[in-house]
Design a protein around this ligand. Structure first.
Ligand SMILES: C[S@@+](CC[C@H](N)C(=O)[O-])C[C@H]1O[C@@H](n2cnc3c(N)ncnc32)[C@H](O)[C@@H]1O
Ligand code: SF4
Ligand code: SF4
Length: 338
């Protein structure tokens, strides 16, 4: 099945079926941080406010692992909230490892769990990524609330990876906002110098009603500068892996022009992607209510998937992260620009 991206009823891109089957799993809704732009703040709440809530027990989580394995998932992206806050995270990663599925962990690295060294010495994960949006202390403290501790923990993680010859890919997740565009090129240079394996650069996505929409969201006036950063990133491709050209194209189009709609989004049609939220809903799309199951403390309740919409007009900057997961850079060549 092919996915078409349209703008003003004109088809601008056609994507082949993705070849990866992935899940994005928010193993917890809890977080120790309260970043200004975080998804957790969208309904006026925050993941930090969930800090005292209880996560699912390990038994329920293992049922999810079983469900994902049976559905042919190859890779699980584990985040949240802050995944290292899930108290049985080590056990969960071991269980995933036993099935042969890959674990990709994305964390804020404001703290390291006691078992961090074992993740490397026991080769339990394929990838560990961290979020860092600049090397500017003032910016980091304003937007994310932490700086020095994160840089120190990154050094620690890089050290374990080298020491145990673990071959865990280390990734840097950067969120571009109106306020950090000047800091992005020095951050890219730093990542190269630290031998980080790849960089994902994504633009902040905020609903228009969000408190920081005006201050942080990118608009058409920022596109030239963002383009310069993307160009610089591409010029570093021989030194570090970077997000695919398709995603750069879509990001720029979305920021500079208006809305895109998507026909036959693979997300809705063939469950190539699962999103599991922190309250136990299993969905095929992060942004829609098309629930296919619920995690309970006893079992996974299957329910009927809502019929997919042929045309989705909700495509936004937030979808790009999903697409990035299922379209590896290698398949960019089979994406045809119309
Ligand atoms: C929700 S966090 C969860 C993992 C972990 N707590 C962290 O911060 O890395 C996953 C990623 O989404 C990014 N993110 C959060 N809110 C975002 C937003 N509104 N737009 C774009 N990216 C966002 C974060 O910076 C992080 O890289
Ligand atoms: S650390 Fe991650 S989950 Fe926590 S508030 Fe920041 S972006 Fe959100
Ligand atoms: S909102 Fe979901 S279904 Fe619509 S384009 Fe984005 S990922 Fe696809």
């Amino acid at each position: 099945m092919k996915t078409y991206i349209n703008q003003n009823d004109r088809q601008i891109l056609c994507l082949s079926s993705p070849i990866r089957k992935v899940a994005l799993w928010h193993v917890t809704k809890r977080c120790n941080m309260e970043c200004k732009y975080c998804y957790g703040t969208f309904n006026g709440s925050s993941y930090k406010k969930h800090i005292i809530k209880k996560d699912f027990d390990l038994e329920s989580m293992l049922k999810v692992v079983d469900f994902l394995e049976k559905s042919g998932t190859n890779r699980i992206h584990l985040c949240g909230g802050e995944p290292f806050l899930y108290d049985k995270f080590y056990e969960l990663l071991r269980a995933i490892h036993t099935t042969g599925m890959q674990s990709f962990v994305l964390a804020n690295l404001t703290f390291l769990p006691p078992y961090i060294e074992k993740l490397f010495s026991e080769h339990l994960i394929s990838n560990l990524s961290f979020s860092l949006d600049s090397l500017n202390e003032e910016y980091n403290l304003f937007v994310r609330g932490a700086h020095d501790i994160v840089i120190n923990n990154i050094e620690m993680v890089l050290h374990y990876n080298k020491y145990y010859k673990s071959d865990v890919e280390i990734g840097l997740y950067i969120v571009a906002t109106r306020k950090n565009l000047d800091y992005l090129i020095p951050l890219i240079d730093w990542a190269i110098q630290k031998n980080i394996d790849y960089i994902t650069l994504q633009a902040v996505y905020l609903p228009q009603s969000h408190e920081y929409y005006k201050e942080l969201s990118l608009t058409h006036t920022d596109v030239l500068q963002l383009e310069r950063v993307f160009d610089y990133l591409v010029s570093c491709e021989n030194k570090i892996r970077v997000s695919g050209s398709l995603l750069r194209f879509i990001t720029k189009t979305l920021i500079s022009k208006e809305h895109l709609s998507v026909e036959n989004c693979f997300v809705e049609h063939n469950s190539q992607y699962f999103f599991i939220d922190g309250t136990g809903n299993i969905k095929t799309c992060t942004t829609k209510e098309n629930i296919i199951g619920y995690i309970t403390n006893k079992e996974i309740l299957q329910c009927n998937n809502n019929p997919p919409n042929n045309i989705c007009s909700e495509f936004c900057l937030d979808c790009i992260g999903i697409w990035e997961m299922v379209y590896p850079k290698e398949v960019n060549s089979i994406i045809t620009q119309m």
